[in-house]
Ligand binder design. Structure first.
Ligand SMILES: [Zn+2]
Length: 423
């Protein structure tokens, strides 16, 4: 069925902003976009005064099942957060599937209400995919692999293969790839095996990289608390490479256009050159990095280098609120503050990171991420009628500087309304 929507402002995310503007939708696709009043003879939904339509938001780095682990360590820095907060909480939860399923459903709902239509999710269990099937959101899933403390790496790899075989036998609604969790939690041989397997199967890779200074010290100098930890396990030589973590994973062949890395807070200028040359995408998670006291990723320098930078909320266990509007503002504020200049960190840049770039780094840039003829009808209707948004001089600036999940009036995914405010 062919229908149209019209709004005071239509932010296409592909360049033009139309005020007013319209979209014509046939089934799950957009067939036309334009300025002014919608074409005659098409049944049109005319949103209320003040509506701004934007492309669906994309959280390109998320851990949906961690929804149940919010508050497990809100005042600890990164390494203590993971070692003394999150890991004990996960051990305590054991393998109870309900904990993860409930967490994943809660995360998915929170993201949907906040206008997120596509999620890139990383986890070692499979509760995320059914959660997104229930909400109708799109997802790309990355099966995590660890093994840093495994006594027998081959046995650990065998367990991973069993998990993957079990998942592959199930009908899956979402594409999936692999996630060798981080260079310091997934040992070199296992990391290499994951990369090899992904390449052989044509799957995408996603992992955490250069997230912490402790990781940087471990790889470059074999010093710091992570080095002490691995020395106590007799495994330091695996990680003391004399290279940055980015150079190390590049040596394994893990980088490339089908790879997206999260964080890159401690990436050096040389590392940024490697990421740019290999066409590797980066997901910036500024609130997670700042809350865990790890610093601010050099996003303006990444953009200068030509790297595609997306945004992610990370998890409820780290950033607490799964809110991509806050993430956009944090990216803009932190990027400007760190460089002491506005530079590239404009509202249009961060909205592009939260939409188009997110779809691109997840391999779905051709089908979603902006509002254009031929793309999927994935969009969000924002209600910018309250006084806190007025006047709307530039709709993109309004979206980034003043909007939040409370302004999300409707979320449409593939032409289907998946969320209406108040429901
Ligand atoms: Zn993460």
């Amino acid at each position: 069925m062919i229908t149209a929507v019209r709004a005071d402002h239509l932010v296409t995310g592909a360049g033009p902003v139309y005020s007013p503007g319209w979209l014509v939708i046939d089934g799950d696709r957009i067939v036309a976009v334009g300025r002014g009043d919608s074409p005659t003879g098409v049944e049109t939904t005319d949103f209320e005064r003040g509506a701004i339509v934007i492309p669906g938001l994309v959280s390109a780095h998320t851990h949906l099942p961690l929804g149940g682990f919010r508050g497990c360590a809100d005042d600890l820095p990164f390494l203590d957060w993971i070692m003394k907060g999150l890991m004990p909480a996960i051990r305590e939860a054991g393998s109870d599937p309900d904990t993860y399923a409930r967490g994943a459903r809660a995360s998915a709902q929170e993201l949907l209400r906040g206008g997120v239509t596509l999620v890139g999710d990383n986890f070692f269990r499979d509760e995320g995919s059914p959660a997104l099937e229930a909400t109708g959101q799109r997802g790309v899933f990355f099966q995590e692999v660890f093994g840093s403390t495994a006594e027998d790496e081959d046995a650990h790899w065998g367990e991973f293969e069993e998990t993957v075989a079990r998942l592959a036998a199930r009908p899956r609604a979402h594409p999936f790839g692999y996630s060798p969790h981080t260079p310091w939690t997934c040992p070199p041989r296992t990391f290499g095996r994951v990369v090899e397997r992904a390449r052989a199967e044509g799957r995408r890779l996603s992992f955490h990289l250069a997230e912490s200074r402790e990781e940087h010290e471990l790889f470059t100098a074999g010093s710091g608390p992570l080095a002490d930890y691995y020395r106590s396990l007799g495994k330091l030589d695996r990680y003391r490479t004399g290279m940055t973590p980015t150079a190390y994973v590049a040596g394994i062949g893990a980088l490339g256009p089908k790879t997206v890395v999260a964080h890159a807070v401690h990436a050096t200028p040389e590392d940024l050159g490697i990421l740019a040359r290999t066409g590797t995408g980066v997901v910036h998670c500024p609130r997670s990095n700042m809350k865990l006291a790890e610093g601010i990723a050099p996003v303006p320098a990444m953009l200068d280098a030509g790297i595609t930078v997306a945004l992610g909320v990370d998890s409820a266990a780290s950033s607490s609120r799964l809110d991509l509007f806050e993430e956009m503002r944090a990216a803009l504020h932190a990027g400007r503050a760190a460089r002491g200049a506005v530079g590239r960190m404009t509202a249009a840049t961060v909205l592009g990171m939260a939409t188009r770039n997110g779809a691109e780094v997840l391999g779905l840039g051709d089908v979603t991420g902006s509002l254009a003829a031929g793309k999927l009808a994935d969009f969000v209707v924002l209600d910018a009628s309250p006084a806190r948004h007025r006047p709307v001089r530039d709709p993109v600036a309004t979206v980034v500087h003043t909007c939040g999940p409370e302004d999300v009036a409707s979320v449409v995914i593939g032409g289907v309304v998946r969320h209406r405010r108040g429901t």
